[in-house]
Design a binder for this molecule. Structure first.
Ligand SMILES: [Zn+2]
Length: 161
Protein backbone atom coordinates (compact mmCIF):
# COMPACT_ATOMS: atom_id res chain seq x y z
CA UNK A 1 0.00 0.00 0.00
CA UNK A 2 2.78 2.40 0.88
CA UNK A 3 4.40 1.78 -2.50
CA UNK A 4 1.19 2.74 -4.32
CA UNK A 5 0.86 5.93 -2.25
CA UNK A 6 4.45 6.89 -3.00
CA UNK A 7 3.87 6.47 -6.72
CA UNK A 8 0.75 8.70 -6.55
CA UNK A 9 2.52 11.60 -4.89
CA UNK A 10 2.73 14.51 -7.24
CA UNK A 11 0.32 12.91 -9.71
CA UNK A 12 -3.23 13.80 -10.56
CA UNK A 13 -5.59 11.13 -9.27
CA UNK A 14 -8.13 10.04 -11.81
CA UNK A 15 -11.52 8.89 -10.66
CA UNK A 16 -13.61 6.55 -12.71
CA UNK A 17 -17.33 6.92 -12.09
CA UNK A 18 -19.06 3.75 -13.10
CA UNK A 19 -21.65 1.24 -12.06
CA UNK A 20 -21.00 -2.38 -11.34
CA UNK A 21 -23.84 -4.84 -11.75
CA UNK A 22 -23.30 -7.69 -9.34
CA UNK A 23 -25.74 -10.61 -9.55
CA UNK A 24 -25.96 -12.37 -6.21
CA UNK A 25 -27.84 -15.05 -4.34
CA UNK A 26 -28.34 -15.44 -0.64
CA UNK A 27 -30.42 -17.58 1.64
CA UNK A 28 -33.67 -16.23 3.01
CA UNK A 29 -33.02 -18.29 6.16
CA UNK A 30 -35.53 -20.46 8.00
CA UNK A 31 -37.86 -17.62 9.02
CA UNK A 32 -37.60 -15.76 5.72
CA UNK A 33 -38.27 -18.98 3.83
CA UNK A 34 -41.45 -19.66 5.84
CA UNK A 35 -42.58 -16.10 5.18
CA UNK A 36 -42.05 -16.49 1.43
CA UNK A 37 -43.64 -19.95 1.28
CA UNK A 38 -46.79 -18.59 2.99
CA UNK A 39 -46.97 -15.89 0.29
CA UNK A 40 -46.61 -18.50 -2.45
CA UNK A 41 -48.86 -21.27 -1.13
CA UNK A 42 -51.53 -19.44 0.87
CA UNK A 43 -51.36 -15.79 -0.22
CA UNK A 44 -50.90 -15.04 3.47
CA UNK A 45 -48.66 -12.36 4.92
CA UNK A 46 -47.05 -13.65 8.09
CA UNK A 47 -45.21 -11.91 10.87
CA UNK A 48 -43.49 -12.96 14.05
CA UNK A 49 -44.39 -11.62 17.49
CA UNK A 50 -41.92 -10.83 20.24
CA UNK A 51 -43.11 -12.47 23.49
CA UNK A 52 -41.41 -9.72 25.53
CA UNK A 53 -42.25 -6.53 23.58
CA UNK A 54 -45.41 -7.92 21.94
CA UNK A 55 -44.20 -6.25 18.72
CA UNK A 56 -45.25 -7.97 15.48
CA UNK A 57 -42.61 -7.88 12.76
CA UNK A 58 -43.58 -8.01 9.09
CA UNK A 59 -41.78 -9.33 7.15
CA UNK A 60 -41.20 -12.03 9.75
CA UNK A 61 -37.79 -12.06 11.39
CA UNK A 62 -36.11 -14.35 13.86
CA UNK A 63 -34.77 -11.87 16.44
CA UNK A 64 -36.41 -8.81 18.03
CA UNK A 65 -34.46 -5.67 17.16
CA UNK A 66 -35.34 -4.08 20.51
CA UNK A 67 -34.79 -6.82 23.12
CA UNK A 68 -32.86 -9.33 20.96
CA UNK A 69 -35.24 -12.08 22.03
CA UNK A 70 -35.99 -14.99 19.74
CA UNK A 71 -39.22 -14.73 17.76
CA UNK A 72 -41.00 -18.02 17.23
CA UNK A 73 -44.69 -17.07 17.43
CA UNK A 74 -46.15 -16.75 13.94
CA UNK A 75 -48.97 -14.28 13.35
CA UNK A 76 -51.01 -13.79 10.19
CA UNK A 77 -51.56 -10.11 9.47
CA UNK A 78 -54.02 -8.46 7.13
CA UNK A 79 -53.33 -7.89 3.45
CA UNK A 80 -54.60 -4.34 4.08
CA UNK A 81 -52.64 -1.56 5.69
CA UNK A 82 -51.66 2.08 5.85
CA UNK A 83 -49.08 3.81 3.68
CA UNK A 84 -46.48 5.29 6.06
CA UNK A 85 -44.32 6.95 3.43
CA UNK A 86 -43.41 6.64 -0.25
CA UNK A 87 -41.09 7.76 -2.99
CA UNK A 88 -41.15 7.61 -6.76
CA UNK A 89 -38.16 6.35 -8.71
CA UNK A 90 -37.70 7.66 -12.26
CA UNK A 91 -34.21 6.22 -12.86
CA UNK A 92 -34.13 3.06 -14.97
CA UNK A 93 -31.87 0.36 -13.62
CA UNK A 94 -31.26 -3.34 -14.04
CA UNK A 95 -32.05 -3.84 -10.36
CA UNK A 96 -35.55 -2.38 -10.62
CA UNK A 97 -38.22 -5.10 -10.86
CA UNK A 98 -40.33 -3.07 -13.32
CA UNK A 99 -39.85 -0.09 -15.62
CA UNK A 100 -39.94 3.35 -14.01
CA UNK A 101 -41.60 5.41 -12.85
CA UNK A 102 -41.92 3.09 -9.85
CA UNK A 103 -43.65 4.12 -6.65
CA UNK A 104 -42.18 2.49 -3.57
CA UNK A 105 -43.88 2.68 -0.22
CA UNK A 106 -43.58 1.51 3.34
CA UNK A 107 -46.86 -0.11 4.35
CA UNK A 108 -47.84 -0.97 7.91
CA UNK A 109 -50.25 -3.86 7.56
CA UNK A 110 -53.14 -4.18 10.01
CA UNK A 111 -51.86 -6.36 12.83
CA UNK A 112 -48.20 -5.45 12.27
CA UNK A 113 -46.04 -2.99 14.20
CA UNK A 114 -43.48 -2.53 11.46
CA UNK A 115 -43.58 -1.48 7.84
CA UNK A 116 -42.95 -3.54 4.74
CA UNK A 117 -41.26 -1.95 1.73
CA UNK A 118 -42.92 -2.68 -1.57
CA UNK A 119 -44.14 -1.19 -4.81
CA UNK A 120 -47.39 0.72 -5.11
CA UNK A 121 -49.61 0.12 -8.13
CA UNK A 122 -52.91 1.07 -9.75
CA UNK A 123 -52.23 4.63 -8.63
CA UNK A 124 -50.64 7.67 -10.23
CA UNK A 125 -47.69 9.08 -8.26
CA UNK A 126 -49.47 12.40 -7.70
CA UNK A 127 -52.40 10.54 -6.07
CA UNK A 128 -50.19 9.03 -3.37
CA UNK A 129 -50.77 10.27 0.17
CA UNK A 130 -49.24 9.30 3.48
CA UNK A 131 -51.94 7.58 5.49
CA UNK A 132 -53.86 6.20 2.52
CA UNK A 133 -55.24 2.69 2.88
CA UNK A 134 -53.76 0.07 0.59
CA UNK A 135 -54.15 -3.64 -0.10
CA UNK A 136 -51.75 -6.28 -1.37
CA UNK A 137 -52.31 -7.55 -4.91
CA UNK A 138 -50.87 -11.03 -5.35
CA UNK A 139 -49.51 -12.44 -8.58
CA UNK A 140 -51.47 -15.26 -10.15
CA UNK A 141 -48.37 -17.45 -10.50
CA UNK A 142 -46.19 -17.25 -7.39
CA UNK A 143 -42.72 -18.59 -6.72
CA UNK A 144 -41.93 -17.81 -3.06
CA UNK A 145 -40.54 -14.35 -3.72
CA UNK A 146 -41.37 -11.01 -2.16
CA UNK A 147 -42.56 -10.18 -5.68
CA UNK A 148 -45.38 -12.72 -5.19
CA UNK A 149 -47.00 -9.55 -3.93
CA UNK A 150 -47.26 -7.66 -7.21
CA UNK A 151 -47.78 -4.34 -5.43
CA UNK A 152 -50.04 -2.59 -2.96
CA UNK A 153 -52.98 -0.70 -4.48
CA UNK A 154 -55.21 1.95 -2.93
CA UNK A 155 -58.27 0.41 -1.29
CA UNK A 156 -60.62 2.90 -2.92
CA UNK A 157 -60.55 5.90 -5.20
CA UNK A 158 -61.73 8.01 -2.26
CA UNK A 159 -58.55 7.09 -0.35
CA UNK A 160 -56.40 8.21 -3.26
CA UNK A 161 -57.95 11.68 -3.43
ZN1 LIG B 1 -38.70 -7.75 21.84
Amino acid sequence: MAAVTEKLEGMDVWLYHGRIYIPNTYTAGAVGSQFLIALRDKKKIMGTRCPTCNRVYVPARSVCKDCFGGLDEWVEVSDKGTLLTYTVCHEPSRVQPVRPPIAYGIVQLDGADTGIVHMLGEVEPEQLRIGMRVQAVFKEKRDASILDIKYFRPLSAACAA
